[in-house]
Design a protein around this ligand. Structure first.
Ligand code: ADP
Ligand code: MG
Length: 679
């Protein structure tokens, strides 16, 4: 057998330091695109040089001296035919440099021109001694993302070699390129690595040049393709078919004290259709805080249980999980269905008992925290995994629960709505249902912003509200740096409010309490024994006490938008007019001011999420999901939403018409990183 042929001189080994930049192959180098460029293609007359601009000049050294006061510096002056003179200043210099600036030497220097005290100057310009005929390059000089020990010159050399040796074959069929009016891949990357000087600088700086469009398109296409391939792989797996009318579902529906809203009915229909299919559902149920996702999930659970399978309901915090447990018990126990409860705070004995009931299949439904997917937990036949507030879990955690059964269906829920561009990109592997309507009888929450100096007034408002029979949440400041301090603040707040409002029964919940104590306090608040609940942000997600109609949030300026929206969603669940008071401490940073403005002006979770994405960018917004989907290096899903739209259409077309091209495209862009998304 002949040895695999290698193109002559293809020095495949890259310098080991390149791995710091994630560069392992020549193909990686091709996609290591410049951050910016320097223009060395022309020389400006010194007389015309303008301060504030990067400029290349060339002139003869007229004078050079090393100064030692006030700081050590080497200063050389050069002059050109235009009669202009400029100083080149070096703060740290080598002795050899002084020699380069011998009077009469011709120097070519590139740097930012500044108007100094002694006239124009450049500080630490890039320079070299040249002969008069030294040729100018005919393309802009790329400046690459670099790392310690990786010089630009080294990158340029290897990238230049890769451009001549690596495979630049277009992965897009011509028809697709012409449909979206895209230049070919090879010329695009060549242009971006070595742009001709006549390209308008703004097209490079803002990455609007057709070559940039092509690169962003390719990147977004790779993301779309990989997510769709992952989705197709999932669809090739078998799952229990949970089709048809199930008596338990009807019974549950009939026992509810309310009718489903039209939106709830619609999403329930979508979910039921998924459950009836022979491959696992992977659906995200979105709905604003209070839109009634839990009952829809309960119907799905009933559908699975009615078919003889088990369902598991997982929530990110113990408070929320416990609340689900109570709700599910209230709904299912009268129908003869046992619910098991599993959380970290259970005693070993209780945990074992719960696990035993799940293994034997005696318990058809389980509610709990991530304790549900720990190793020792086994299900007799898990058919449906429900994950509440999915954005709070990492991908790995969600997968762990899925592995508990033989490909159970998966329903994820989130009240942090995913803006359209995100759901089109990072979430493209999920099916999405949206509850876009609140149950009837809710009144919008009035939001007030008050400086912390007015807290006494706020205490009075609390007094009045409770006297009128309402209940109040008081959320203590978030102190990210110190859990101890956070706890202390909660204790102090509780004590201060207790002495200011002696007539009230006041409860306290915080993150350091054990599950049982927390549950006792929450139950006291829920049944109305406690009128005021002082809490840390542990109550952020999902807590449901319809009689609570006032929420006070201290140091609202420290909290994120999603968090504020979630907290505010704890009120406005009953029929009384509810209010949310955001106390803030001055002075406000610009970012905090922007956040408070958004939460003050908007109540629609989708608008808030979009603003959140705009203020923070997708990296942070995605949080735990980051590790599950290929991150984008070049495209910006908001600014490049039009390209994203095209890439989506292209992905669909390619998967149907040209599977090989699709595969090659994903390989070029994601290479070894594909295994991220094989899940
Ligand atoms: P979320 O979507 O935030 O998880 P929940 O499922 O906790 O919301 O529902 C909020 C409250 O609304 C609960 O008390 C729930 O019982 C109630 N609810 C749900 N659906 C309806 C409905 N169709 N009509 C009236 N109340 C409803
Ligand atoms: Mg909920």
């Amino acid at each position: 057998m002949a040895a695999p042929s290698k193109p002559a001189g293809a020095g495949n080994a890259l310098p080991p330091v390149f791995t710091k930049l994630g560069l392992h192959t020549p193909a990686d180098l091709i996609l290591h695109l410049p951050l910016r460029y320097e223009d060395e293609t022309r020389i400006s007359a010194i007389a015309d040089a303008l301060p504030g601009r990067a400029t290349q000049v060339q002139g003869v050294v007229t004078h050079c001296e090393a100064k030692y006061k006030p700081r050590r510096a080497l200063i050389a002056r050069i002059r050109d035919d235009s009669g202009g003179e400029i100083s080149l200043r070096f703060i740290n210099f080598y002795g050899s440099q002084a020699k380069q600036f011998a009077e009469g030497n011709l120097i070519r220097a590139l740097g930012e021109v500044r108007g100094g005290f002694w006239g124009l100057e450049m500080v630490h310009p890039r320079y070299r001694v040249v002969s008069a005929e030294a040729p100018l390059p005919d393309s802009l000089t790329p400046i690459y993302p670099a790392a310690a020990g990786v010089a630009q010159t080294l990158l340029r050399r290897h990238i230049g070699a890769a451009l001549t040796q690596a495979d630049l074959t277009d992965t897009l069929p011509d028809s697709l390129r012409s449909r979206f009016n895209l230049p070919d891949f090879a010329s695009s990357v060549r242009t971006l690595h070595n742009p001709p000087p006549d390209i308008p600088p703004a097209q490079l700086e803002y990455r609007t040049h057709p070559a940039w469009r092509r690169i962003k398109f390719d990147e977004l296409l790779a993301q779309q393709l990989s997510l769709r391939l992952a989705r197709n792989a999932r669809r090739a797996q078998g799952a229990p078919m949970l089709a048809g009318e199930v008596a338990l579902v009807t019974q549950l529906q009939n026992s509810l004290p309310f009718r489903l809203t039209a939106a709830q009915q619609r999403v329930w229909h979508e979910i039921r259709t998924d459950l009836a299919a022979c491959h696992p559902m992977q659906r995200l149920l979105q709905g604003d805080v209070g839109s009634g996702k839990t009952v829809v999930a309960a119907l799905a659970a009933a559908q699975a249980i009615g078919h003889g399978y088990q369902a598991a309901f997982m929530a990110p915090t113990e408070i929320l999980a416990e609340q689900h447990y109570h709700k599910l018990t209230q709904w299912f126990a009268p129908l003869g269905i046992e619910v098991a409860w599993l959380a970290g705070s259970l005693s070993k004995k209780d945990k074992q008992a719960a696990v035993a009931r799940l293994v034997s299949g005696e318990a058809r439904l389980a509610a709990g925290t991530h304790a549900l997917f720990q190793e020792q937990v086994e299900f007799a036949n898990l058919g449906l995994a429900i994950i509440d507030e999915q954005h709070r879990f990492g991908v790995a955690q969600r997968l762990a629960l899925r592995r508990k059964g033989n490909q159970p269906h998966q329903l994820m829920m989130s009240a942090t709505p995913i803006p359209r561009t995100l759901s089109m990109s990072y979430y493209a592997d999920l099916d999405v249902s949206v509850i876009d309507e609140l149950p009837p009888g809710r009144s919008p929450v009035v939001t007030k912003l008050l400086a912390d100096s007015r807290r006494e007034q706020v205490v009075e408002l609390v007094r009045e509200r409770c006297r009128a029979g309402g209940q109040v949440y008081w959320v203590c400041p978030l102190i990210e740096e110190s859990e101890k301090l956070q706890l202390q603040t909660a204790l102090d707040t509780h004590a201060v409010l207790a002495s200011a409002l002696p007539e009230l029964d006041i409860g306290l919940v915080h993150g350091r309490m054990n599950g049982r104590d927390k549950a006792v306090v929450m139950a006291g608040f829920k049944c109305g024994d406690l009128q005021l609940l002082v809490a840390t942000t542990v109550i952020e997600v999902g807590v449901d006490v319809p009689r609570a109609s006032l929420m006070v949030i201290e140091h609202a300026e420290r909290m994120g938008l999603a968090q504020l929206h979630q907290l505010r969603g704890r009120v406005g669940r009953g029929s009384t007019q509810s209010a949310c008071i955001l106390l803030y401490q001055q002075p406000l940073s610009d970012a905090a001011r922007a956040r408070l403005k958004v939460i003050f002006e908007n109540s629609d979770g989708f608008v808030i999420a979009r603003e959140d994405l705009r203020l923070r960018g997708p990296g942070e917004f995605l949080g735990a999901r980051q590790s599950g989907a290929p991150m984008l290096r070049f495209a910006d899903i908001e600014a490049d939403a039009d390209i994203l739209e095209q890439a989506r259409a292209a992905a669909e077309w390619l998967l149907i018409h040209d599977g090989l091209a699709a595969r090659n495209h994903v390989l070029r862009w994601l290479g070894g990183r594909q295994d991220y998304i094989k899940t």
